[in-house]
Design a protein around this ligand. Structure first.
Ligand code: GDP
Ligand code: IMO
Ligand code: MG
Length: 423
């Protein structure tokens, strides 16, 4: 059988968690392949809202196995809290979750290094979620990291101590004000490690190989969004992993030839949290309305998300890089009541009109060129089928499909599992 892949096409928070939850009934295994607790994936059903950080978004279903792949970075402390949150829902995570031995661990000092690095950058800071993501991936590529499989071995604590000591020296080198009590952080860390050890560790690439051989269906769940990709995103204002399709191959050990459908998730407008360029960002009342109506506050940090119009130049770029086969448009309901809608179809760049994403997309380099469309007034949140859609929404969707040359197969009209319309 093949592997399907689900990715965010913008700067994250597109609604990946919701859609993975909706799609889980079609799959045997849901596999996270990169990122870590910088992610906040929201699921809503039966009047309850859940926010997942490291745990794959298929965990609330009875049958699916939820796999945390080698490309993910795990903070045992955050992870333990997540597990605690599942207790009240009687989720048998010991049976339904498996973790790659090759996944790297986020240490307490990685979190401190993240804070020190951001403080040292001052105004140029990335706007990191401060979960230790960057420093952990640096240790991974620097070949110093500690992996889940290490904690099954004797002597790993010596390796830990040496790395933590090195980190402390690095924190001092930054010469910024980062207050911490490492002993306290370590107590929590080692307690959480004991809890982590109760879960099933696996050689995940072999596990997935066997699963494919036995005809199991697999959905790979991405975190963040393609514009935050370490290679193809708005560097340096990105995260430290490959959030694009290739990341699923390296983050799970799956061959490219195994990937079938690539579901690309995007919001009907654009948001971004943290620093970095955002050509279609709005600084006026329209942007404020989007943020308020869309409740655009980070699921992890609570930070206000910056809002703006849909950017088709960026979206075309991410569709291409990922080889998207089907699109899913989220939060269409938020645009109800906007008298006119703008969609960016090209940039003015160095005096020329261009339709591709250039190297520099800062405000001083690009000016978005918009196509304006009529908005719709109707409330979409109670709609259950496409025949109820207002004409203006159909026009909006048709325009995007024509420009992107990929079908929009799902339109999401609210946060709940049930507010999902298939086309
Ligand atoms: P993720 O990180 O991609 O999983 O997305 P987040 O959970 O960080 O952010 C998406 C937010 O939008 C969450 O609060 C969701 O509950 C909410 N959401 C998802 N789809 C829709 C939708 O179609 N309409 C509305 N109004 N909210 C949605
Ligand atoms: P989900 O999976 C939105 C952003 C941060 C910051 C940059 C680097 O919920 O869509 P990091 O902590 O990775 O060093 O931060 O990336 N960022 C996200 N923005 N959604 C996310 O995840 C994000 N994960 C990281 O705000 O700008
Ligand atoms: Mg999120």
């Amino acid at each position: 059988m093949a592997v399907d892949l689900l990715l965010g096409l913008q700067w994250g928070d597109e609604g990946k968690g919701k859609i993975v939850d909706v799609l889980t009934r079609n799959y045997d295994i849901i596999a996270r392949f990169q990122g870590g607790p910088n992610a906040g994936h929201t699921l809503e059903f039966d009047g309850i809202k859940h926010v997942l950080r490291t745990i794959p978004s298929g965990i609330f279903h009875d049958k699916a196995i939820n796999l945390i792949g080698n490309g993910v970075v795990i903070d045992p402390v955050v992870f333990a809290k997540e597990l605690e949150g599942l207790e009240q829902f009687k989720i048998d995570y010991r049976a339904k979750m498996v973790i790659s031995r090759k996944a790297h661990l986020i240490l307490p000092t990685h979190r401190l290094l993240d804070a020190a690095s951001e403080a040292a950058k001052g105004k140029a800071k990335i706007g990191s979620t401060l979960k230790g993501i960057g420093p952990t991936y640096m240790d991974k590529t620097g070949r110093n990291g500690i992996r889940v499989g290490d904690i099954e071995l004797d002597g790993w604590k010596e390796k830990y101590r040496a790395l933590a000591n090195k980190h402390e020296a690095m924190i001092a080198f930054y010469n910024v004000d980062v207050q911490y009590d490492l002993a306290e952080m370590e107590t929590e860390f080692f307690e959480s490690i004991e809890l982590l050890k109760e879960l099933q560790f696996i050689d995940s690439e072999e596990y997935l190989r066997q699963a494919l051989k036995n005809g199991k269906t697999i959905l790979a769940e991405g975190a963040q969004g393609s514009l935050l990709d370490i290679d193809f995103g708005t560097y340096p204002f990105v995260t430290s992993s490959n959030t694009t399709a290739a990341g699923a191959c390296t983050g799970l050990g799956i061959a490219p030839s195994r990937i079938k459908e690539v579901y690309g998730i995007f919001k009907a407008y654009t948001t971004r949290v943290g620093s970095g360029p955002f050509p279609t960002e709005l600084f006026d009342e329209v942007g404020e309305d989007m943020a308020r109506i869309g409740n655009e506050f980070g699921a992890v940090t609570g930070r206000a998300r910056r809002c703006g119009w849909l950017d088709l130049v960026a979206l075309k770029y991410t569709c291409e890089i990922n080889g998207v086969t089907q699109l899913m448009m989220m939060k269409g309901d938020i645009l109800s009541g906007f008298s006119s809608l703008k969609v960016c179809t090209a940039y003015k760049y160095k005096g020329k009109t261009i339709e591709h994403l250039p190297f520099n997309i800062e405000d001083e380099n690009v000016t978005p060129i918009y196509t304006e469309m009529k908005g719709w007034k109707e409330d979409l949140t109670k709609m259950t089928e496409t025949s109820q859609f207002p004409k203006e929404l159909n026009d909006y969707i048709a325009f995007l499909e024509k420009e992107l040359e990929i079908p929009i197969k799902v339109v999401s009209v609210g946060p709940d599992r049930t507010q999902t319309i298939h086309r």
